[in-house]
Design a protein around this ligand. Structure first.
Ligand SMILES: Cc1cc2nc3c(=O)[nH]c(=O)nc-3n(C[C@H](O)[C@H](O)[C@H](O)COP(=O)(O)OP(=O)(O)OC[C@H]3O[C@@H](n4cnc5c(N)ncnc54)[C@H](O)[C@@H]3O)c2cc1C
Length: 442
């Protein structure tokens, strides 16, 4: 339906053809979930915890590579709800905050999760392992998970209501008939691309280029990620210590700048090297290290679907909303949408007449989180402002006015301010999200 813009690059490789042989009957379920990333696994697990019969179809065989390795602390309550906090603490390095080289003042500055939250850390995760942990957890909660199961089409009835999906496994075509279908297929947007138009945010049509470096030099606050603007060349760099030994280092810049550079004969590698050379801190982390061979590139175009739900279907995660990774919010945002969706769908399954109210409420609250993050990313994207301006804007947006002017900022970028609306979400109540987006325009 969204014919006006080109689709972002699909983040994944083609599916493996090595398949289970013994399953060839069609399936029935309360809910079928398309995609086994964080958003899909989360909604599936939370529904199974409520006694719902859920089938999850994942195109790939896990573990599989994925970008998006730094989590924000607003995800902690969700990880607890999934019963995975101890496992996360044991597996992954702790992330305590963000060291920023951003704004008109040249010195690096720091923001720590514990400035504003009961949770002093989140985690840096290897996504292959993290996504597999979430998917295995869904299975352990009774979700019927089929990997190497590629959804090929959406089943719709004569009234237009979605009633499940068709998929391919082992060279065979099969289908799942379900009362509700959840699209959690990430940028592939397998179902939602047929069900809703999309707004692509033209000011956030970016390209990300990244590598890994071993034996890097850690930041002084070694549990932080680095976010560094490079105004001389445009765009910004990330540095994520995915393990004690390995740094993920990435460069995000506009698609227009990349197109211009490419036309002038410069490669993505040239652009990355120039950005690193222009940095003050990122290059000092990388220089003593050993580059891991290989470089990855993806288009990270921000988008918001016009609809997050409709008759028989719901969308969560990147399939319906993707905000530029400046604040590492993607996994939190998608999983928060899943938390809301699970409660809303549970209400719909209990009482089909409640669907318009429950899904309307789900969509209003979720859309508000997306809008809030988008509004602040847009404001922050200009790296020439004074640091206090960023902090004041965040205070105004969150309405958190504390003596420490960082509290509003860290509340916002860690997802903490949205937590009451997530944890306390009642799909048939009348509470409507926080009001960041409204405050951003003040
Ligand atoms: C450059 C970049 C950096 C980022 N950095 C961060 C970060 O530091 N922190 C953070 O939180 N987020 C980050 N993100 C965002 C994060 O990667 C996403 O928001 C997150 O992965 C979304 O989860 P999801 O479950 O919606 O989708 P995905 O994780 O993409 O999962 C979708 C799943 O659907 C499956 N699928 C696709 N098509 C089909 C089909 N036809 N049938 C069945 N299954 C299918 C896929 O195989 C995949 O496993 C970053 C994104 C980019 C582009």
């Amino acid at each position: 339906m969204d014919t006006t813009h080109q689709d972002p690059t699909d983040l994944h490789a083609a599916p493996d053809a090595d398949l289970d042989a013994d399953l060839d009957a069609d399936l029935d379920a309360d809910v079928v979930v398309v995609g086994g990333g964080p958003a899909g696994s989360t909604v599936a697990t939370l529904l199974a915890q409520r006694g719902r019969d859920v089938v999850l179809l994942e195109r790939e065989q896990f573990p599989r590579y994925h970008v998006g390795e730094s989590l924000i602390s607003g995800i902690v309550p969700l990880i607890r709800e999934l019963g995975l906090e101890a496992e996360m603490d044991a597996r992954y390095p702790w992330k305590y905050g963000v060291t920023l080289v951003w704004g008109s003042e040249p010195e690096p500055w720091r923001t720590a999760f514990n400035d504003a939250s009961p949770f002093d850390h989140s985690w840096h995760v290897d996504r292959a392992s993290f996504d597999e942990l979430l998917l295995d957890n869904a299975r352990a909660h009774g979700v019927r998970v089929l990997e190497r199961a590629k959804v090929t089409s959406v089943r719709t009835g004569p009234d237009g209501r979605v009633g499940g999906v068709e998929f391919e496994q082992d060279g065979r075509r099969r289908e799942v008939r379900a009362r509700w279908t959840v699209d959690a297929s990430g940028h592939a947007r397998v179902a939602s691309r047929h069900l809703t138009d999309v707004d692509w945010h033209d000011d956030l049509r970016n390209i990300a280029i990244w590598r890994y470096v071993d034996d890097f030099r850690p930041l002084e606050d070694s549990g932080d990620i680095l976010v560094e603007a490079v105004p001389e060349v445009g765009g910004w760099l990330w540095g994520i210590p995915v393990s004690a030994n390995r740094l993920s280092v990435g460069y995000v810049t506009s698609a227009a700048a990349v197109a211009e550079a490419t036309a002038a004969g410069r490669s993505a590698e040239d652009l990355f090297d120039a950005a690193l050379a222009a940095s003050r801190v990122a290059r000092t982390m990388v220089e003593p290290g050993t580059p891991v061979p290989g470089q990855r590139t993806v288009r990270d175009f921000s988008l918001t679907a016009r609809r997050f739900s409709g008759p028989g279907w719901v969308g969560v995660g990147d399939a319906v909303a993707f905000v530029d990774p400046l604040f590492s919010s993607g996994v939190w945002l998608g999983s928060s949408g899943s938390w809301l969706a699970a409660r809303a769908l549970d209400a719909c399954l209990t009482d089909p007449d409640a669907a318009p109210a429950a899904l309307g409420h789900f969509e209003r609250v979720y859309r508000q989180f997306v809008g809030d993050m988008l509004a602040y990313v847009r404001y922050f994207s200009d790296p020439r402002r004074h640091r206090e301006d960023y902090l004041e804007k965040a205070q105004a947006a969150t309405r958190v006015f504390a003596e420490n002017s960082q509290v509003g900022f860290v509340s916002l970028i860690s997802g903490i301010t949205a937590l009451p609306d997530i944890v306390g979400f009642d799909p048939l109540g009348d509470r409507v999200g926080s009001t960041f987006a409204a405050a951003m325009s003040v």
